[in-house]
Design a protein around this ligand. Structure first.
Ligand code: ADP
Ligand code: MG
Length: 641
């Protein structure tokens, strides 16, 4: 719980803000250690003064202008370890780690500035002697706070820990069962940079965790030099893995996969050092060079990360093992807290200013915190499949829309979805309309075909009948000489056919079937007799083919039916001829017909009459054939017969 009355209340409250935004800056707090006894003995002066809880004033010894630096919190030498723990904001990171985020706390500064002290307290006074609780650093306090938090959560939480150091650019496992040996740093897409074969140990109590910490601290390389009697010669990374899975759901540790869930990593960097100042020789100098090189790489990455064009920039995280393992914390998805440590002594001013500048700049670096997806929260298989199908359909529809109308593809956002909805609605309507029209067209076509077939058959029949009738007439023509007397004055018409009244002309011909005289229009010379038939009323301008047969009653002038009946005269003439030849009534079957079953459509009437016509045609052929045969066997009629 935050202590509102405490001097570190304000900055801590700011640090409690979660990474709700898309980007979160690296949080930086400054810790100024007290002047050491040795420094005081040498008469060195303090050049650093805290101004409030966030600002540090640097007063150069030569009397130059003060330089001010502002951080999330500034904690001077009077602050206890507990104050630092409460003010630095590490508890926010602990909470985020419990929620699945990847969090990092790292100390930064010159050698002897108090980094290790801040994180883990003073160096152990002897083998197996624990750090006094009052001097315990951020790490131990966070352990205690976190385990307490986990206990009160009520949900099952599994805790693991790993501990490694980077010594002379080699990664060594501080929790390895045997002697530490170098481990490779690898990279893959899901994990980013990681240490292969690193031992991850499960622990269930604060005591067990403290033991792991002590084990690592005791194995970590440290040496004495003039500026620090227990100088860390390596960068150390202690990581807690917090998982909400049960043990049975956890992957086995020897697979090399870390437990899924949140992470909280404590990084104690080795301090930069001036070899001339520390007096390092031999192995110490090699270590110092290695430390400086990796810190230089870290500084370079920080500089590039601060560049506004950093999205285009390549950040050289691969330049050192340290930057590889901090890549996610600095420029990735982690939440990061930097504790910059400085010495107040005027002798350390150049390194102090350098640290302050780097720390100030690091505050402007942002990360994009993202909780790793828990396998427990994975959607069921059928939902995943459905999602994939929807995505595919969406993609296909989008491409179809793009092909349909280039203008539509240019629409954006809401307009695109609007256009999609309306275009597809219109498309559907058009498809239905097209289908309906196609069906209608098919019906009309079949009706038309039926009518055409029937018309063609009828035309053939009429043509054939006319041809046969005329040829029969010519066959039985008596030849040149005086025309026989018209039989209508001698004998009544035979009953074989219903002949209309004959004209009185002397040149009428005989029926080829029964030898009865034929009407004048069947006569090859009929035109000569027309004036007698039509008399003075015969219209001279009507062609012969359009003139009605003589038995058709003359139409009264002004009659509405007149023109229609006359226009069908040919058909009537043909019908009578057919009836005469077949001795049956010919049922008309195709338009234009003035008679017949008028209550049915022409198409249906014609369709039903076709088989009937075929039968009658056959009968007609037979009759014509037999009549022709009879006509040939009989002698032509002679005068007086
Ligand atoms: P670094 O890790 O930065 O090289 P250390 O943490 O080892 O430096 O600190 C160097 C010395 O200063 C140690 O002896 C340590 O006990 C002491 N020291 C550092 N910070 C403090 C502090 N805040 N209070 C008291 N002693 C401190
Ligand atoms: Mg140290």
């Amino acid at each position: 719980m935050e202590e509102r009355g405490s001097p570190d209340g304000d900055p801590a409250r700011n640090l409690e803000q979660g990474p709700e935004g898309p980007e979160t800056p690296i949080q930086v707090v400054l810790r100024v250690r007290p002047m050491s006894a040795a420094e005081l003995r040498r008469g060195e002066q303090s050049v650093l003064h805290c101004s409030g809880t966030r600002t540090l004033q640097v007063s150069p010894p030569g009397g130059g202008p003060d330089v001010a630096f502002r951080f999330g919190a500034v904690l001077d030498g009077a602050r206890t370890q507990e104050d630092v723990f409460r003010a630095c904001g590490v508890r926010r990171l602990g909470d985020l780690a419990l929620r699945g985020f990847s969090c990092t706390v790292f100390t930064f500064g010159q050698t002897g500035s108090g980094k290790t002290y801040t994180l883990t307290g003073p160096p152990p006074q002897g083998e197996g002697v624990p750090v006094p609780p009052s001097l315990a650093g951020i790490t131990q306090r966070t352990f205690a706070w976190l385990l307490d938090r986990v206990q009160h959560l009520g949900a099952p939480v599994t805790l693991h820990a790993s501990y490694l150091e980077i010594y002379n650019e080699q990664v060594r496992d501080l929790l390895s069962l045997g002697a530490p040996r170098p481990l490779p740093v690898r990279w893959n897409k899901t994990r980013g940079f990681y240490v292969e074969h690193l031992r991850v140990v499960e622990f269930g109590s604060l005591g067990a965790l403290m033991e792991l910490l002590q084990m690592g601290l005791s194995r970590r390389r440290s040496s004495a030099h003039t500026m620090n009697q227990a100088s860390s010669r390596s960068h150390a990374l202690l990581t807690l893995y917090i998982s909400h899975q049960t043990v049975s759901q956890m992957p086995p540790v020897d697979t090399g996969e870390p437990p899924a869930g949140g992470k909280l990593c404590f990084v104690d960097l080795a301090g930069s050092e001036k070899v001339t100042a520390t007096g390092s020789r031999g192995e110490l100098m090699i270590e110092a060079n290695s430390i400086n090189r990796s810190l230089l790489a870290l500084g370079h990455c920080i500089s590039l990360l601060l560049d506004p064009q950093r999205k285009q920039n390549h950040i050289p995280f691969r330049d050192s093992k340290l930057t590889k393992l901090l890549a996610d914390s600095l420029g990735g998805r982690g939440v990061t807290l930097m504790v910059a440590c400085v010495s107040p002594s005027a002798q350390c001013l150049p390194e102090t200013l350098s640290t302050l500048r780097y720390a100030s700049r690091a505050q402007r670096i942002t990360t994009r915190p993202q909780a790793p997806k828990s396998p427990v929260a994975k959607p069921p298989q059928h939902l995943e499949t459905e999602l994939l199908q929807l995505q595919e359909e969406n993609h296909r529809l989008r491409s179809q829309l793009g092909q349909m109308d280039p203008k539509a593809s240019g629409l954006i956002g809401a307009r695109v979805s609007w256009a999609q909805r309306n275009l597809y609605g219109m498309l559907q309507e058009f498809m239905l309309e097209n289908e309906r029209l196609r069906k209608e067209k098919r019906q009309l076509q079949s009706s038309r075909d039926l009518a055409q077939d029937e018309q063609r058959i009828l035309a053939q029949q009429v043509h054939e009948l006319e041809r046969r009738l005329l040829s029969a007439c010519y066959l039985h023509q008596p030849g040149p000489g005086p025309a026989p007397p018209c039989p209508c004055v001698m004998v009544p018409p035979p009953p074989c056919h219903a002949l209309p009244p004959l004209c009185p002309c002397p040149c009428c011909h005989l029926c080829p079937l029964c030898q009865a005289p034929l009407a004048h229009w069947a006569c090859p010379r009929r035109e000569l007799h027309l004036p007698q038939v039509f008399g003075s009323k015969a219209p001279a301008d009507i062609p012969l083919s359009a003139r009605p047969p003589p038995w058709v009653p003359p139409c009264s002038p002004g009659s509405a039916k007149c023109s229609r009946e006359r226009s069908h005269s040919d058909w009537i003439q043909t019908q009578v001829l057919a009836e005469m030849l077949t001795k049956e009534e010919v049922v008309p079957s195709a338009p234009p017909l003035p008679m017949g079953p008028l209550n049915t459509s022409p198409v249906l009437r014609g369709g039903a009459a076709v088989p009937n016509l075929a039968r009658r045609l056959e009968a007609l052929k037979d009759q014509i054939g037999s009549s022709l045969g009879r006509g040939r066997s009989q002698p032509p009629p002679t005068e007086g017969t």
